[in-house]
Design a protein around this ligand. Structure first.
Ligand SMILES: NC(=O)c1ccc[n+]([C@@H]2O[C@H](COP(=O)([O-])OP(=O)(O)OC[C@H]3O[C@@H](n4cnc5c(N)ncnc54)[C@H](OP(=O)(O)O)[C@@H]3O)[C@@H](O)[C@H]2O)c1
Length: 308
């Protein structure tokens, strides 16, 4: 029985990963900032050891990785203020790496980055070797966080792996609902490629990495068929009987005060190549394309009966 540490155990991905590991009889230690939530109480009742701490406060991490085999850093910040992003992703990884190095038991360290480091790549396929080209504050912070891990891997053989994760969806992260609710804005002409990954497929990736992932590697984590944003939203709106989507010029959005990171993330084109992930990990994606999921979520035959 191995011991897993999950930073961000109360989050969307972290809580589901913890459930899967506990169900498989593994030992799980969950780093949480606030233990008094239903989610944390539920995981604790199922056997998760709760470690109360904060990645930005190294004193709260002393001993956190002792006896741990595998570490997942799945923390995330929704506040886009630069200092906060830097403290969570860059300093947070540094503090957790230090705790893991002291523990001497950690065999793999997995960090979930995103696609922001790639910038805007147009129509070309984007592999892990595509040079980074950050275009907004979150992207710059992510590049710095990744650099921290890559340097630790290079200089100290620290067993880090970086996942550049596509846009995540699944229950409670429903792209159809976002369109129906009118909150799925298109910045730019919508011809940008967006890669997606369903939560169930991401969990399979996370579970396979300790055994099959290469230390020091970066993995693009996305499905087989990145889609142009306009194509997906147009299809959803058609099935919902809505008018075609409106687009907003990025310059107008910025002038209206929308955060540059939000505009940058939503208007960038990243046609993600997932070959390395599929080569190294024994995976069969449950949803190779967002359209496979859409056909389940909003079957064409039922589209007209759906009440929005
Ligand atoms: N969602 C996506 O589309 C997407 C795409 C690409 C990559 N990712 C990455 O996937 C990972 C998981 O995302 P998610 O959607 O599960 O995020 P989430 O639901 O927002 O959960 C984030 C977790 O991080 C914890 N956290 C934040 N700051 C922390 C700190 N300083 N110390 C300790 N814990 C802290 C939060 O704890 P509290 O409950 O205390 O706030 C929460 O449990 C993240 O690394 C994210 O960047 C997500």
């Amino acid at each position: 029985m191995a011991c897993y540490l999950i930073a961000g155990a109360s989050g969307y991905v972290g809580s589901r990963l913890a459930e899967r590991l506990l169900a498989a009889g593994q030992r799980v230690r969950g780093l949480v900032r606030n233990p008094d939530t239903l989610m944390v109480e539920r995981l604790a009742a199922r056997g998760m050891t709760v470690w109360i701490g904060d990645l930005t406060r190294p004193a709260s991490l002393v001993g956190i990785a002792d006896g741990v085999d595998y570490v997942y850093n799945l923390t995330s910040r929704s506040v886009l203020e630069n200092g906060s992003l830097q403290r969570t992703y860059v300093d947070g990884n540094q503090h957790l790496i230090a705790a893991c190095s002291r523990a001497r038991s950690v065999r793999r360290y997995i960090f979930t980055s995103n696609l922001a480091p790639y910038g805007d790549c147009g129509d070309r396929l984007v592999t892990e070797d595509t040079p980074v080209a950050p275009l907004h504050p979150l992207a710059e912070v992510m590049v710095a966080a990744e650099q921290t891990l890559l340097e630790a891997a290079r200089q100290h053989r620290f067993p880090a792996m970086i996942l550049r994760c596509a846009s995540l969806y699944g229950p409670e992260r429903d792209p159809v609902q976002a369109v129906a609710d009118g909150i799925a804005t298109i910045y730019g002409n919508g011809r940008n490629f967006v890669a997606h990954i369903h939560i169930d497929d991401l969990l399979e990736v996370l579970l396979a990495l300790p055994s099959y992932g290469q230390p020091g590697a970066i993995y693009n984590v996305g499905d087989d068929h990145p889609m142009r944003l306009l194509d997906f939203q147009g299809e959803v709106r058609q099935r919902l009987g809505m008018v075609p989507p409106r687009t907003v010029a990025p310059a107008a959005a910025l002038a209206a005060g929308i955060d540059p990171t939000i505009v940058g993330m939503l208007s960038a084109s990243v046609r993600l190549d997932n070959s390395r992930m599929k080569h190294d990990l024994p995976l069969t994606l449950r949803y190779p394309s967002l359209m496979d999921w859409l056909d389940e979520r909003l079957p064409v035959a039922e589209e007209l009966s759906l009440v929005v």
